[in-house]
Each structure stands twice: as structure tokens, then as C-alpha cells.
Design a protein around this ligand. Structure first.
Ligand SMILES: O=c1ccn([C@@H]2O[C@H](COP(=O)(O)OP(=O)(O)O[C@H]3O[C@H](CO)[C@@H](O)[C@H](O)[C@H]3O)[C@@H](O)[C@H]2O)c(=O)[nH]1
Length: 526
């Protein structure tokens, strides 16, 4: 965050922490062989919300903290421990054999230096595959049933030692601060969505003043409210069914506000954003939240964490679809992914497949098996032009030179990964923050076109085809302008990671580490 907009409590301008583990490996984990043989600065317990879009940013953060000399115990459900295992990531429906089984950079094979993985046992959650269809049961289990098992796992981390100094939790885990409190340590929050969405949520919280303990009341003045509500996830898609009304008997924003009401009391808040990307929202949050804010994006599991990175992706071995990508000219392939858990209707899949076929452009579609449908003509049969995989290393795929466009549901991680890669986007939001994210991509940053409008209505294949042709046409004026803007934003993202130039992401992580080391070692433990 620019100094002029920093919160008075922010430590961002403090000098870099001396790195006690400068030899980070490609995943950014410390090269020290084990936690017992090193002297970690602090022991952090990190608790992500158990969904892909939350685990990725927490895993990236954990690696970055470990690379700076902190011991991090990342608590995961047994299913996620298994899903992050490299051996589970190589299956594909593509007829090409996989000649080069690849450790997915977002995967992890046991402990990595100062990063330890431990299980949260004894909580029954609907599986990741079923999560989209069973969201109510999933959300209830996470919000209620996961608390005690997570606390037991945090306690076990302290017994395994050394004593826990700090809990870092996903902002959507409302029981996390109580775990920290009972251990007598501070809790920091990682907010996994955009700063603009958080700001809108807080503005919505400025409501009835009924004294019901909602700590987000009265944080925004009228002007702030009006600005923030432009990004009201609900307001930007008023015709969408509000699925949490069914789940919880109350609206999504009320549910969300209750969940995140602990944020103003957290020790500090890590935001998955960059100041130059959302300057107004971050400045506004700085002024209304009484705690240090650290905008740490870009922060993906595959990025090196401690080194200057001018390359787009790391040098890990590459799975088979990279060979296919490499057999195409630069900027010729459209990458398609509609997120990690919400299923599309058969009709939507059919229209998208038709659109891709009519467009005539090659595409790589990461399609979850439950989206596949025989009626689509086995989408892979859409032609020699397309490849369908059940999973790929998205953030690396997007950085491949042959990829020239991204049809995305606008999950916040996907949005950031598209910006980092510098590819123009076609937006196809499905729920919640994906609508305001689409709005930023198209209207604010000028790096995309809407496939699906904000009214959430259906999309015809012919329209998809026309938009794909436009965004992939390197000679089209509008496409050229989007590519120019995309290059600018890509450069911005890469600058944020430059260590020697003190990029903003590096500064923020260092400031956070300085902040918590000073707090915990300074005897301020509660
Ligand atoms: O084949 C694939 C498909 C996805 N991904 C990764 O999975 C993550 C998906 O995250 P995101 O783009 O944020 O989508 P969701 O999983 O749908 O994320 C949920 O969580 C996000 C953060 O809270 C919200 O912004 C979204 O709306 C919500 O749906 C990204 O890192 C992708 O790179 C892959 O690596 N390979």
C-alpha cells in the first residue's frame, strides 16, 4: 500500500526483516531440513477455509512466512491433505498419456522445511467434489462442527512444539479468534476476496445500530457507503437467486457480515490485493478499520517467495498439456475454467461448448467431470482444436506464451492469476463476488469482455463465439487495447514481487512478519 494511504498502525514502511532462511527453494519453502534443527522466529498456526479458492492463498502465505524463518503449521482436513498430494493431481480424460507426471506446485509432499502440514481430524464435511451441490451442509459443518477439531489440532501443534505464537486464519472462520484467545495469542485474518468486496460488506454493515454486537456497524460515513456499494456483490446481480437465503434463512451479505464481524478485533488483516489495483478500496479500508492492513498479492502457491521473479512460471517439470500448449503459436489458445467447485447447468455447458466450436479457436478447458455431458458431443469432440482436462495447473497454464485469453468465472484467485499472466479475460460470473470481480475486469481495468451479463441470464453459443473471436483477434482494435492494459497490469503485478525494488507484495509480507515478531517477542501476548 502506498505510504500516503497507509493506516497509521501499518508497519509497511518498516525496514526489511533480516531473512534467517534466504535459501528458499522454488516453492519458497525454507531449505532448512526440519523445524527441529532450525530456530524459527515464531510458530504460526495457519487455518484455511477448506475450499480450493481459500487453500491456495493460505498455502502461498504459509510458504512465504516459512521462507522468512517462521515455523508454520498448516491445518488441513484429511481430504485436503490428500488432495494436495502430488500423486492425486495427474489424472486426465485426455487420450494422451501423461509422459511426465508432475508435482503440482500447488501440491505438497509432506512437510517443506519450516512448513508443517497437520490434519484436523474428526470433522465430517461433504467432499470437495460434492461441495457445490451440498453447500448448505458444507457451510454449516465448517462454521460449527470444524471449530473444536481445529482447536484440538492447534493444541497438538503447540504440544509438538514449539509453543504457538500466532493464529492466522481465513476471515471466513469466525471461531478462529476464540482458538487464539484461549491459547493467549493474537489472531490475524486473511481475507480471500477483493478489497472492494470487503469494503462493500462493511458499508452494508453500517445498518441498524441495534447493538447486537456486530462490530462492523458505523464504520463508514455516507460517502464511503455510496462508493463502496458500487461493489455490493448482491446489488450488482440483483436477479440472482441468493442461495444462502436457502442455506441459512438469511441473505448472503448478512451471513457474510456475521461471519467476518471479528475482523476489526483481529491483530492484523492480510488482504489478497495490491494497492495499485484497488487503490480506493484499500485506502478506504485503511481509514475505517482500526488495525494494520497488509495487501500481499500476488501470492500464488507456484510463485517463488523470496527472489526477484521476472519469469512467468517456475521450472518444475511440466505435465502433458504443456506440450500441447507449446505446439501452438503465441497467444492463440483460450483457456477456459469456471472455478473449482460450483457446477454449471448442462445447458450452460452446452452453449459454451457450441460457442467454442463456432469460434474456431483452439482451447484448453479445465472441466470438472460433473460438468461433462454426452449431449455436448463429448466436448473434447468439439474438434482437434480443443483439449479438455479435469484439472490443470491453472496459474502456470495462464502464463504459457500460447495462452492468449481466459474465459473465467471470476473467482478472485482466478482473476488475480489472469492479471498476473497478462491475458485478456471473458467473464462468466456464477455467484457472489464473481459479479463485482467481472465488473472490475471489464469496466474498471479494461482487460475483458462480459460473456454473462450482471442479470445472470442465459448465454447463447453464437454470442460466446463472437466474443471469443473478438478477444482472440490480435488485430482487432478493442482486443489490442485490452492486451495493452493487460500488459500494464501484468507489469504492475510483477513489480509487486520484486525484492530488490521493494515491491509492494514483498514489503507487505515483510511488514507483517516484523509486526508479529515485534508483537509476540515484545511480550504483548495476551
Ligand atoms: O483446473 C484448475 C482449476 C482451478 N485451479 C485453481 O483453483 C483456484 C480457484 O480459485 P478461485 O478462482 O478463487 O475460484 P473458486 O474456487 O470458485 O473460489 C471461491 O473462493 C474465492 C475466494 O474466496 C471466491 O472469490 C470465489 O467466488 C469462490 O467461488 C485458483 O487458484 C485456480 O488456479 C487450478 O489450479 N486448476
Amino acid at each position: 500500500m502506498a505510504q500516503s494511504n497507509s493506516h497509521p498502525h501499518s508497519m509497511e514502511s518498516t525496514t526489511h526483516l533480516e531473512k534467517s532462511n534466504s535459501n528458499s527453494n522454488n516453492n519458497g519453502a525454507s531449505s532448512s531440513s526440519s523445524s527441529s534443527s532450525s530456530r524459527p522466529l515464531l510458530h504460526v498456526v495457519a487455518i484455511p477455509f477448506p475450499g480450493r479458492g481459500h487453500i491456495h492463498p493460505m498455502l502461498a502465505l504459509a510458504r512465504r512466512l516459512a521462507s522468512r524463518g517462521l515455523l508454520v503449521t498448516l491445518l488441513l482436513t484429511p481430504e485436503w491433505l490428500r488432495l494436495l498430494s502430488p500423486t492425486t493431481t495427474t489424472t486426465t480424460t485426455n487420450p494422451n498419456p501423461n509422459p511426465n507426471p508432475n508435482p503440482n506446485p500447488s501440491s505438497i509432499n509432506g512437510d517443506e522445511g519450516l512448513l508443517r502440514l497437520r490434519a484436523i481430524r474428526g470433522v465430517a464435511l461433504p467432499s470437495e467434489r460434492a461441495r457445490g451441490a451440498a453447500y448448505a451442509a458444507f457451510a454449516r459443518a465448517v462454521l460449527a462442527d470444524m471449530a473444536a477439531p481445529a482447536e484440538a489440532a492447534a493444541a497438538a501443534a503447540g504440544v509438538e512444539g514449539p509453543a504457538v505464537d500466532l493464529v492466522v486464519a481465513d476471515a471466513l472462520l469466525p471461531w478462529a479468534p476464540a482458538i487464539a484467545r484461549r491459547r493467549g495469542v493474537p489472531a490475524a485474518a486473511l481475507f480471500p476476496q477483493s478489497a472492494s468486496v470487503l469494503r462493500a460488506l462493511l458499508a452494508l454493515g453500517d445498518g441498524d445500530g441495534d447493538g447486537d454486537g456486530d462490530a462492523t456497524h458505523n464504520l463508514c460515513d455516507q460517502e464511503e457507503r455510496l462508493q463502496a456499494l458500487k461493489y455490493n456483490p448482491r446489488g450488482s446481480s440483483p436477479h440472482l437467486p441468493d442461495f444462502t437465503t436457502l442455506c441459512f434463512g438469511q441473505s448472503m451479505h448478512t451471513t457474510f457480515l456475521n461471519i467476518i464481524s471479528w475482523l476489526p478485533t483481529a491483530h492484523s488483516l492480510l488482504l489478497n490485493s495490491l494497492h495499485d489495483l484497488e487503490p480506493h478500496a484499500l485506502a478506504s479500508l485503511s481509514s475505517i478499520l482500526p488495525l494494520p492492513l497488509h495487501p500481499i498479492a500476488p501470492s500464488f502457491p507456484h510463485l517463488p517467495t523470496n527472489t526477484t521473479t521476472n519469469n512467468n512460471y517456475d521450472a518444475s517439470p511440466q505435465p502433458h498439456y504443456f506440450q500441447w500448449l507449446s505446439s501452438h503459436p503465441p497467444n492463440s489458445i483460450l483457456y477456459v475454467s469456471l472455478g473449482s467447485f460450483l457446477p454449471l447447468s448442462k445447458q450452460e455447458v452446452k452453449e459454451l461448448a457450441l460457442g467454442l466450436k463456432l469460434s474456431g479457436h483452439p482451447f484448453l478447458w479445465s472441466m470438472r467431470t460433473e460438468e461433462e455431458d454426452d449431449d455436448v458431443g463429448g466436448v473434447a469432440g468439439v474438434g482437434e482444436k480443443g483439449m479438455v482436462v479435469p484439472w490443470c495447473e491453472q496459474s502456470r497454464v495462464l502464463c504459457h506464451p500460447s495462452v492468449g485469453g481466459f474465459l473465467t468465472h471470476c473467482g478472485w484467485n482466478s482473476t488475480l492469476e489472469g492479471l498476473y499472466a497478462g491475458v485478456p479475460m471473458l467473464t462468466y460470473p456464477l455467484v457472489w463476488d464473481q459479479y463485482p470481480n467481472s465488473k472490475m475486469v471489464v469496466d474498471e481495468w479494461g482487460v475483458g469482455l462480459r460473456v454473462k451479463e450482471d442479470d445472470g441470464g442465459g448465454v447463447r453459443g453464437e454470442v460466446v463465439a463472437e466474443l471469443v473471436r473478438k478477444v482472440m483477434d490480435l488485430e482487432d482494435g478493442e482486443s489490442k487495447e485490452m492486451r495493452r492494459r493487460a500488459r500494464e497490469l501484468k507489469e504492475m503485478c510483477h513489480r509487486a514481487l520484486e525484492e530488490e525494488e521493494e515491491g509492494s507484495s514483498m514489503r507487505s509480507i515483510d511488514a507483517f512478519v516484523n509486526d508479529i515478531v515485534m508483537h509476540c517477542k515484545g511480550g504483548k501476548r495476551g
